[in-house]
Design a protein around this ligand. Structure first.
Ligand code: ZN
Length: 231
């Protein structure tokens, strides 16, 4: 019989940061979760894209497509990205093996399960890669889905919006591999489908090791430096 999924861990924006992803998996293992779902941007910025994709594949973790993943498979021109992101995308294109590229190619833009919608950027325009930061932007997004909760990533900033009319929620689960809320610790979300309770979990990891990988790969030093400040 199909087992109802009760507790789900949501991870997002891993960005080729293997030490962070491993630390998050260790933390997830300490909670009794029924499944793990990835909201995209598995690669880009960090220097361990193959290892991160393989960890998700080995653990059969369902994932959706992020804009950095899209840049690697050719559905988003790297020229539309900022300089550091573009350099990292070009490096990742050159370094990702074909099996892992194929894995990214089959990722869907959105995913729906029970009363949950998963998107990378925003529910109103998932393939436009808009940034959902403000309550005004959230109001536009609420009218674009009917599920009781929508989980997203993309901004790397954990935030929760509640629709004042019907109580539906939009929840950014934060970033595993490149947090930008001035807290360098990895972030992921834990959701209980029965009670509807949600919380963010922060996880210490060795960001100096991830920074060393970036420098050794010849990627921009800024991408290594920002990990220590979570910016
Ligand atoms: Zn991202």
């Amino acid at each position: 019989m199909h087992k109802e999924k009760l507790r789900i861990a949501f991870i997002s924006d891993i960005h080729g940061n293997l030490p962070a992803l491993e630390a998050v998996f260790r933390s997830i293992a300490s909670f009794e979760v029924d499944s793990v779902i990835c909201l995209g941007d598995i690669v880009g910025y960090g220097a361990r894209p193959n290892e991160c994709v393989e960890l998700l594949r080995q653990n059969s973790i369902p994932s959706i497509l992020g804009n950095h993943d899209a840049a690697i498979i050719g559905s988003l021109p790297p020229s539309r990205m900022n300089t550091n992101a573009r350099i990292a995308a070009e490096w990742t294109i050159a370094n990702l093996n074909s099996d892992n590229r194929k894995f990214l190619q089959q990722l869907p833009m959105t995913m729906e399960l029970q009363s949950i919608l998963c998107v990378h950027s925003s529910p109103n325009a998932p393939d436009q890669w808009e940034y959902l930061f403000s309550p005004t932007e959230a109001a536009t997004s609420f009218s674009a889905f009917t599920q009781s909760v929508c989980f997203f990533g993309h901004t790397h900033c954990p935030v929760l919006f509640t629709n004042p009319i019907d109580g539906r929620r939009l929840i950014n689960v934060g970033s595993v591999g490149q947090p930008r809320d001035r807290d360098p610790r990895s972030c992921f979300g834990l959701y209980d489908t029965k009670s509807g309770s949600f919380r963010w979990i922060r996880v210490e990891y060795d960001f100096s090791e991830a920074a060393r990988h970036i420098i050794e790969a010849g990627l921009p030093a800024y991408l290594a430096e920002r990990l220590s400040s979570g910016s």
